[in-house]
Ligand binder design. Structure first.
Ligand code: SAM
Length: 316
């Protein structure tokens, strides 16, 4: 099939809005090249699934590129895209030059080219994330692999917030535990839990795309049987109890999640959580203590924090 690439030159602050406009116009996918992202991507911890040294990158500004199949009539879509980008100014968003360029492109050029930048990475002591198209042999008997398609939902394993929870699971799973994975995204933490010896795992995400993506990724990992994925808003209405609850979601979402976790854990049960940027760490610790949790361990990668909290073995 013939495709058309539409590129919008814009600013860091407007990339998400521009990307949404291009997707609303029927794009099959978008790619964001942002000088600010590249600057922020300097390695802070060992191992990156994405080999940044290989990446072509912008030195300033941002370009959002969208791909349209030939079935989309671009002569009618482009004026709408331009108008909606101009309107961003009304919402206080500076979209920059907002130049819109288009050129034909062959499918193979965009659908697969990004794959060459992803490689297997040992993210924690025992866990290695392997892109689904790579053949990889563990280098030692303790190494466990998580096969993922990183093109889908959040959670390739190498983002600091995910890596913190992989580390926390590695520290806490002994074997046979029932685990709830809240905000499963790509399913990476559920797969890791199974690889580390968990028993049944229940994974939830509010986003149906993430639910579908987690299911596809679980299918790539034969070890991940007994993982039940469903759409759910946090743990609302969930009665399934667990030994361990894991959630990598932003701090403001963790706060309402904390009271939902408490009745589902036995005494001694663990709540592992990350997605907590440094400024929000005191808020989350405060709310955990208020709920009755003990802070067993705090993990950190760069500006991101992860917490291992425990429901006390004995009542105060
Ligand atoms: C940062 S990603 C984490 C993905 C994966 N667990 C990881 O550690 O890489 C957060 C996930 O939480 C999901 N999420 C956000 N709000 C939620 C909610 N209220 N209920 C359930 N899932 C939610 C998002 O859709 C997203 O997939």
């Amino acid at each position: 099939m013939q495709w058309t690439e539409v590129s919008v030159t814009t600013t860091n602050e407007a990339v998400e809005a521009v990307s949404n406009i291009l997707m609303d116009a029927g794009a099959s996918g978008t790619k964001i090249d942002d000088a600010a992202d590249f600057a922020a991507l300097q390695p802070e911890f060992p191992g990156e699934l994405l080999d940044k040294r290989d990446l072509p990158h912008l030195t300033h500004g941002a370009v959002v590129t969208a791909y349209y199949p030939e079935t989309i009539e671009l002569s009618t879509i482009i004026p709408v895209i331009k108008q909606r980008i101009n309107e961003l100014d009304d919402f206080g968003l500076d979209a920059g030059p907002a130049t819109v360029l288009q050129k034909p492109v062959a499918e193979a050029d965009w659908a697969n080219v990004w794959k060459k930048y992803y490689h297997p990475v040992r993210v924690t002591r025992y866990l290695t994330v392997v892109p689904s198209w790579e053949h990889y042999q563990p280098v030692d008997e303790n190494e466990k692999t998580l096969t993922l398609d990183p093109g889908m939902a959040f959670g390739t394993g190498t983002h600091p917030t995910t890596a913190l929870m992989l580390q926390a699971l590695e520290l806490t799973i002994r074997g046979g535990e029932t685990v709830l994975d809240v905000g499963t995204g790509s399913g990476v933490l559920s797969i890791a839990a199974k690889q580390l010896g968990a028993g049944e795992v229940f994974a939830y995400d509010v986003d149906q795309i993430a639910v579908d993506s987690a299911k596809s990724n679980l299918d790539l990992n034969p070890v991940a049987k007994d993982v039940h994925v469903s759409a759910n808003d946090l743990l609302k209405g969930i009665t399934q109890t667990a030994d361990i609850i894991v959630a990598n979601i932003l701090a403001d979402i963790i706060v309402p999640l904390i009271p939902q976790t408490w009745p589902l854990l036995p005494k001694g049960g663990l709540f592992l959580t990350s997605g907590i940027i440094a400024d929000k760490y005191p808020l989350v610790v405060g709310k955990l203590r208020e709920a009755g949790y003990q802070i067993v361990e705090t993990l950190r990668r760069g500006d991101w924090y992860g917490i291992i909290a425990k429901k006390p073995e004995v009542d105060d």
